[in-house]
Design a protein around this ligand. Sequence first.
Ligand SMILES: O=C(O)CCC(=O)C(=O)O
Length: 343
Amino acid sequence: MSESDKTTQYTAFRLAEKHFKNRASRDKLPSLRKYQDTLVDLSRPHRQEDDPLWHAGWWSPLNDADVKSASWMPWTFGKGKERDKGERPELSISELKEIQLKDGKVGWIVEPETEPGSVIGYEEIVARNKSWTGDIPSDKLKEKTVSQLMGEIRWANLGWVYQWSTKSYDLSREIPIPFPPELAKICRKVSASVPWAEVWPAHSCGWETWEEDYAPDTGIVNFYQEGQTLMAHVDRSELDPARPLVSLSLGHSAILLLGTTSRQDPPRPIVLRSGDCLIMSGNGRQAYHGVPRILEGTLPSHFGPLETDTDSMAAIKRFISSARININARQVFPPGFQRRDIT
Ligand SMILES: O=C(O)CCC(=O)C(=O)O
């Protein structure tokens, strides 16, 4: 198979991932400004002076020639190699709906074309749990210092433990690991601020009770160093396929790609800045999504070191100086669900 045959087989989602991952013009960051009509960037400040993305150069007009500047590179010759740089999705943001949240803030509704959810179901989770024999640590593992491990940590679990090898939660514990109450409070507050009737006017996905009974019990914390990515995926291991997944971003900004139920459809690029909150709910929970780029040099200045920092605050700031943290909270068990024996 020729190189060009291979590359034309990339899905639209993969092409978008390749586009945002592209590091060909190392001395210049590719421009986001040039494509601002297709980028959701809800918390972009009104003044450029206040914008870490502007300071880093992602919005700078100086970088507008990003693709052209790399045109001498050998890999731009030949159709296949050209396509290997990926393709920027051209979905206009003009049709997105803005909503007023109940706490006075403003939100945007991004409504991908998705089918109603399907989940793996409790019986299937039980079966997967039984087949799980544990992940054996690699014998290549060597002793490491805490600071080495901090640079390598990729994810951590809150509440029910997610097993990547079976793509299911380990529900065999009699008493689950508690989900941090302070975080649950924040997620419930965020969910309660959404006027759900406006988000889902045409059909109910159960949102009528969320204000009272949304209670996240599980979460994944993703740690990204610059250059790390998260491939396109769908989260479908929770028993209610529609309940909100509340996703909070901290540290460096990132591009999140939000697609549909098919990787063949072009995904919508969304800039997630530190402090941004993305909620996936209803059919939207079934959409492919991934993080192809941590935007280098975009750490907000308030993460800078201070003489008054405690040791633990100084350690956190050292970590985040080259990283992004994403905390996403989900509710595995719908209210009133009776867990049957799993042994
Ligand atoms: O890092 C993000 O913003 C997305 C994380 C995510 O999609 C996941 O953990 O399932």
